[in-house]
Design a protein around this ligand. Structure first.
Ligand SMILES: [Zn+2]
Length: 376
């Protein structure tokens, strides 16, 4: 016997199958390796047209019905999320809103991520920043402004990502009614960021090797998500195999009892593990590197957005399809994931993290040799 709510779910699911058919992209070969369960979930999940009020983190007071916006002289407060990766997705939403509002006051710890969008001001009015976010806010060139009283408040909610296990790109496109081909996830860099990174790289004795950035897995006390990390030995396997080809630069921001490395990778040529590098220099390094190896978090999204060659080693917690969509521009990107990948979205879970060597080396080799023909 099914309950009333199950009936409602089925009705909604039927409705949404049509929406999905119309709006879901045909995934490319790489993403199409997603498993059957995931595909079934995508086609039967409910899509909520408005932001969920049940999300404690980002309780939305005003939904401006984004697709019906008209140009206005009003300003608005965008209560942005703090995560750097989340901010890359927010760029799309804020860029969209900036066409309609006079000024957008954005709560963010990383104004640098919005440098190319006009009519923004930055405020510190939302939830607490974590340690590295505080540091970023201090280093960023954006000036923090006071928030005028009486502005309407809006935000972009992550609830569907967690609740429906859908990727942010999909949710944003659906909400803003943006086609796959028109979704702009690129993050252009200031030339000065690239110059700074080039200067740093020129100071290395690389012995003719190519630059490969390593973002090692870490855990932290403030926001602990060990399920997300891959086994560090997969990093080690790649580092060892390609040591004659790459000069490895490892980047992290660790601090005693606050954030720490998972595993001890050998064979790294230059370490910046204490937050020595600013976010903007890290972006510059990504851009001039020949390869980046990371886990599925901010570095992965930044690598995709800057169109830097990026290889991600998956752990547990969420399936690749919960983070990736063709619309983000994946032609300079690849990954190796466990099969089956866990999609529990839990901080503590015994997720399957086993990746076969064939997948790890095969996918890496394919990306290494992939020609992108200058595609930006
Ligand atoms: Zn799991």
């Amino acid at each position: 016997m099914i309950t009333t709510s199950q009936v409602a779910d089925r009705v909604d699911a039927n409705r949404n199958i049509q929406i999905i058919k119309r709006r879901t992209p045909s995934v490319n070969d790489r993403v199409s390796t997603i498993d059957k369960n995931w595909k079934e979930m995508i086609t039967t999940s409910k899509i909520r047209p408005v932001l969920s009020p049940s999300c404690a983190q980002l309780k939305v007071e005003v939904d401006p019905v984004l697709s019906k916006l008209k140009k206005t002289d009003e300003s608005i407060f965008f209560d942005g999320a703090n995560g750097f990766g989340d901010s890359l997705f927010q760029r799309v939403v804020i860029k969209y809103l900036s066409q309609y509002f006079k000024t957008i006051y954005v709560h963010t710890p990383c104004p640098d991520l919005f440098w190319d969008i006009p009519n923004l001001k930055f405020v510190k009015e939302g939830h607490k920043w974590l340690r590295t976010q505080e540091k970023s806010a201090k280093l960023s060139r954006g000036k923090i402004s006071p928030l005028p009283k009486g502005l309407k408040r809006t935000a972009y909610s992550y609830c569907p990502v967690r609740q429906l296990k859908k990727c942010s790109a999909y949710i944003i496109r659906t909400k803003l009614n943006i086609d796959v081909d028109d979704f702009d996830f690129t993050f252009p860099l200031r030339p000065i960021w690239i110059s700074k990174a080039t200067k740093l790289v020129n100071s290395f004795d690389m012995g003719g090797k190519k630059l490969c950035i390593i973002r090692p897995p870490t855990n932290r006390s403030e926001w602990d998500y060990p399920t997300r990390n891959p086994h560090p030995e997969y990093y080690q396997m790649l580092i060892d195999k390609y040591k004659d080809e790459y000069f490895y630069v490892s980047i992290a921001d660790i601090e005693d009892n606050v954030e720490w490395l998972v595993g001890d990778l050998k064979g790294i040529d230059a370490k910046f593990h204490k937050g020595e590098l600013s976010l903007s220099t890290i972006f510059g390094l990504m851009k001039i590197s020949s390869m980046m190896i990371c886990y599925p978090a901010f570095f992965m999204l930044a690598g995709i957005a800057t169109r830097s060659k990026t290889f991600t080693i998956w752990g547990g917690c969420s399936h690749p399809a919960a983070s990736l969509e063709e619309s983000m521009g994946l032609w300079n990107f690849s990954y190796a994931a466990p099969d089956p990948a866990c999609n529990c979205f839990l901080a503590e879970h015994d997720c399957n993290k086993e990746i076969s060597k064939d997948i790890l080396f095969g996918n890496f080799e394919e990306l290494k040799n992939r020609k992108t023909n200058g595609r930006k």
